[in-house]
Write a protein that binds this ligand. Structure first.
Ligand SMILES: [Zn+2]
Ligand SMILES: [Zn+2]
Length: 175
């Protein structure tokens, strides 16, 4: 959904509440392609603070399926993002140096709700997703999911940290 801003910007102190659905079904970025399994309509509050400036307030409430970092099992990840932004239309119109400009959610005199949501989800994605704190991950030799099965691979050989420690021990012995 795109919100026409000229109406808001034309009257100082104008305050508008708008409801908008989040249209995207998936969240796709460099990090991966995640299904959105739940989302609430947005209540967006726009407030004209004068001189082509306004505030945007809303709360993004959605749930993504993100693969576990260790075993790739998809994990439900709830996101609740408080949005409170000061927009200066004078700035956004001519600030070409802005790196985020491509994803910037103001397009001409319109606010692109999908871009706003995308941006906020992107910067708020959790750094680490685990299906559980003690997920055992996948055997990097045979590919077995070690949470549900065991394998006979000797994985100690594959952990570079372990071999470093062994090297240190060996060096000590030689001295
Ligand atoms: Zn896992
Ligand atoms: Zn294995």
């Amino acid at each position: 959904m795109r919100i026409e801003l000229s109406d808001i910007l034309s009257v100082k102190d104008r305050n508008i509440d708008i409801q908008a659905d989040i249209e995207m079904q998936r969240f796709t970025s460099k990090m991966g392609d995640y299904q959105i399994i739940d989302k609430k309509p947005l209540n967006i509050n726009l407030h004209n603070t004068g001189k082509r400036r306004f505030t945007v307030k809303t709360n993004i409430d959605l749930e993504l399926l993100i693969p576990c970092d260790r075993c790739l099992k998809e994990v439900k990840c709830k996101m609740n993002i408080e949005v409170n932004k000061d927009i200066d239309m004078n700035e956004s119109q001519n600030d070409e140096a802005d790196d985020d400009r491509e994803m910037f959610f103001i397009d001409g005199d319109e606010l692109d709700v999908e871009k706003l949501v995308y941006n906020e989800v992107l910067v708020n994605l959790p750094m680490k997703i685990l299906c559980s704190e003690n997920c055992k991950g996948i055997c990097n030799r045979c590919g077995a999911n070690l949470n549900s099965q065991t394998c006979d691979c000797d994985t100690t050989e594959l952990d570079p940290r372990m071999s470093k420690i062994r090297d240190i021990f060996n060096n000590f012995k030689e001295v």
